[in-house]
Design a protein around this ligand. Structure first.
Ligand SMILES: Nc1nc(=O)c2c([nH]1)NC[C@@H]1CN(c3ccc(C(=O)N[C@@H](CCC(=O)O)C(=O)O)cc3)CN21
Ligand SMILES: CC(C)C(=O)C(=O)O
Length: 293
């Protein structure tokens, strides 16, 4: 069987059995962290996608995606950097404001980029405050378990909703020497469990588990009362996230093994550009109906 390429519906999501459902429910107001907590109680799985601009975000909002992440993957998937390390808070603020403007219902979560929270809780609060004040984002995300717990606690006590991110934390690419699978072996698995509990105790409303063995992600999902959002972390997580350009086939070059590609947007866009170019070169565009007299 082939992937469901180009079979996306033009309408919104198909109605869910439960009208409170995060995906397919009837509510049109903006999704909140309380809705996210309630979904875990119901055992409802939910989808998250990244978005970096208003138009793409509005398409995902119309499709019913309940949570959009302005990921620092904007660095390599939107701004042309090689890794997520160089993207700045100014850049993330600009992209996040655009995503908020493009959406009506989705909860918008904004990544704090590398270097804007690692100094400690005070720096984290300063960066997160700027993010929520200047963009209207509903929550921020930052990387790290035990090492970021004090910052997560200060942010949540100050009134800012925090999504945590543990396992493979791509801002540490230099220290990791790449993007290896995390939590393999007893010692590393025990550390991942400590990290998960630390971010929950610090007040995080959800936690991304990136590139960890499915069995370990399932255990974390069982022991936590906040939802786990998996990426390369198996099917047992409460939610899943993918980088939109990977999901839609827009990323050029190699993508991680956990990606499933649901469309071929890069090909569609490239073919459209070629068809336009040929019309211009051949004189077929503009035609009479595109002209003014
Ligand atoms: N386009 C894109 N997609 C992503 O998911 C993504 C980004 N960019 N940029 C930021 C981080 C970096 N991420 C990555 C990057 C590489 C791998 C990767 O190549 N992993 C190997 C597994 C390595 C191993 O077996 O130890 C793979 O083959 O998937 C995984 C996640 C996830 N994020
Ligand atoms: C891969 C996801 C979880 C992320 O953090 C990002 O897109 O930056």
């Amino acid at each position: 069987m082939t992937h469901a390429l180009n079979q996306g519906s033009e309408q919104g999501p198909k109605p869910a059995a439960n009208d409170k459902a995060l995906y397919g429910g009837t509510s049109t107001r903006r999704v909140t962290v309380r809705d996210i907590a309630a979904a875990k109680q119901r055992g409802e799985a939910w989808p998250m996608l990244t978005a970096y601009d208003a138009l793409t975000a509005s398409a995902f909002d119309e499709a019913g995606i309940p949570v959009l992440l302005v990921g620092d993957s904007a660095a390599n998937c939107h701004l042309g950097y090689d890794t997520t390390v160089p993207v700045t808070l100014d850049e993330m603020v600009m992209l996040t404001a655009a995503v908020v403007r493009g959406t009506k219902r989705s909860l918008v979560v904004a990544d704090l980029p590398f270097g804007t929270y690692q100094e400690g809780p005070v720096q984290a609060l300063r960066s997160a405050t700027r993010m929520v004040k200047e963009t209207g984002a509903g929550a921020v995300k930052l990387e790290g378990g035990e090492r970021s717990a004090d910052s997560i606690r200060l942010l949540t006590e100050s009134g800012i909703a925090v999504m945590a991110h543990i396992g493979l934390t791509p801002q540490s690419v230099g220290a990791f020497g790449g993007y290896p699978v995390q939590g393999r072996g007893e010692e590393a698995a025990a550390q991942l469990l400590r990290d998960a509990k630390a971010v929950q105790d610090a007040g995080a409303f959800a936690v991304v588990l990136e590139l960890v063995p499915a069995e370990l992600a399932a255990e974390v999902t069982r022991v936590l009362h906040i939802p786990t959002v998996g990426i390369g972390a198996g099917a047992a997580c409460d939610a899943q996230v993918l980088v939109w350009t990977d999901m839609a086939g827009m990323t050029g070059g190699r993508v991680p093994r956990f990606v499933k590609q649901y469309a071929d947007v890069r090909r569609v866009l490239s073919d459209a550009a070629k068809a336009y170019a040929e019309d211009v070169v051949g004189g077929a565009y503009p035609a009479e109906e595109h002209s003014f007299h």
